[in-house]
Design a protein around this ligand. Structure first.
Ligand code: SF4
Ligand code: SF4
Ligand code: SF4
Length: 359
């Protein structure tokens, strides 16, 4: 039996240390080895899990269509709650590091997701944050503008379809007909996967596009994995891969996408539509731009940028062509839902992380 070592060079270690320094660590560096049998790589043991997610990332894996057979050729799926009947105790019974790769989608919003993230980390050699929610917090992290109390108040009391005069809220423990029932604890703050456990790779996208998924499968099949800490996408910004004409035009008005029919050849931002291209990592093939819709930023910030929202605010401010204070105020007002516009996918991983908690 031989072992193929993943390419972890000294030059990669600073990346890894950087990741570790900004997250709560629960274990030492995982062993990055996949066993070979008789000179041939044994089938990978693959786990897939969803935490705070919509299920789209799981569906995206199935979107690889007939290529799923290629995945079946190289991997045995040992855990995939959305598709197969595995139980948590099946995973608990596995030896540590016995799962080769875990594709973890969804953010971490409650105690069950945190527990399973830790469990899968312990059992997996390679942990992949799969999709924008796992990488950056994603849509669930917009909840970080609120907290558990205000979210529960809205969901269980104020929502127009509710009739909850007894003000009943979910409890973490309850006894019903003599049986103790438990629910996960709902946290105030949504976290990225890497804020909970060490993560080797990041695959962005809401959901990740099929060609990126196949790239990951190919890298696993050939053991040609990139340096630890890599984001499996482009190193450049989306604007760099967008072929629309950019004329360096300034703008005097912000339009929402339904308010104008944009010229399909010209840069959307220069037509007054907020397109997050300058603050977003490339690699999706500009799939929204190609259908004349602005980028919403699901690939997260480009390499070297920490806070996607702040980067976009500065890009937008640089093309405003107004000096008058009232005009500036008008243009600021034209940005409907600034939090959702600039931090739609990246709230957890932003410098803000969440709205300040009331104490
Ligand atoms: S990244 Fe998008 S598709 Fe994937 S779970 Fe989150 S919201 Fe759903
Ligand atoms: S801002 Fe949007 S439309 Fe303009 S170049 Fe960048 S990605 Fe393309
Ligand atoms: S254009 Fe932007 S929002 Fe659309 S898929 Fe690409 S990165 Fe995501």
């Amino acid at each position: 039996m031989t072992k193929a070592r993943f390419p972890v060079s000294k030059s990669n270690l600073p990346v890894w240390k950087r990741i570790l320094s900004r997250q709560r660590t629960h274990r030492d560096l995982p062993s990055l080895e996949i066993e070979h049998e008789g000179g041939k790589m044994a089938k990978l043991k693959l786990a897939l899990y969803w935490a705070a997610s919509c299920g789209g990332c799981d569906v995206a894996v199935l979107d690889v269509n007939e290529k799923i057979l290629d995945i079946a050729n190289i991997a045995d799926i040992v855990f995939w709650p959305i598709a197969m009947d595995f139980k948590y105790h099946d995973v608990e019974a596995m030896k540590d590091d016995s799962i080769d790769v875990c594709l973890f989608n969804g953010a971490v919003r409650n105690s069950e997701q945190e527990k399973i993230a830790n469990l899968l980390r312990k059992k997996s050699k390679v942990m992949v944050a799969f999709g924008s929610c796992a990488c950056f917090g994603g849509i669930p992290a917009l909840g970080n503008f609120w907290d558990r109390t205000t979210i529960f108040e809205r969901a269980y009391i104020e929502a127009p379809s509710n009739d909850n005069q007894a003000r009943t809220f979910p409890q973490t423990e309850i006894k019903l007909d003599g049986v103790e029932l438990e629910l996960p604890q709902f946290y105030d703050t949504v976290s990225t996967l890497a804020q909970v456990v060490p993560v080797e790779y990041f695959v962005p996208g809401c959901p990740p596009p099929v060609d990126l998924i196949l790239k990951v499968v190919d890298a696993l099949a050939t053991s040609q994995l990139p340096p630890i800490g890599s984001v499996i996408a482009s190193e450049k910004s989306l604007c760099d891969e967008c072929d629309r004409v950019k004329e360096d035009k300034k703008i005097t008005k912000i339009y929402r996408p339904h308010e104008i029919i944009p010229d399909p050849k010209r840069c959307l931002l220069e037509q007054g539509i907020i397109c997050l291209g300058p603050a977003t990592r490339g690699g999706c093939g500009a799939r929204c731009i190609k259908v004349n819709m602005p980028c919403r930023g699901c690939f997260g910030p480009p390499a070297g940028v920490v806070d996607q929202g702040a980067k976009m605010l500065s890009a937008l401010a640089s093309i405003y062509d107004v000096d008058d204070e009232r005009e500036i105020a008008r243009m600021v007002e034209e940005v409907v839902d600034p939090a959702g516009t600039f931090y739609r996918f990246g709230m957890s991983s932003s410098l803000l992380k969440r709205r300040r908690m009331q104490t």
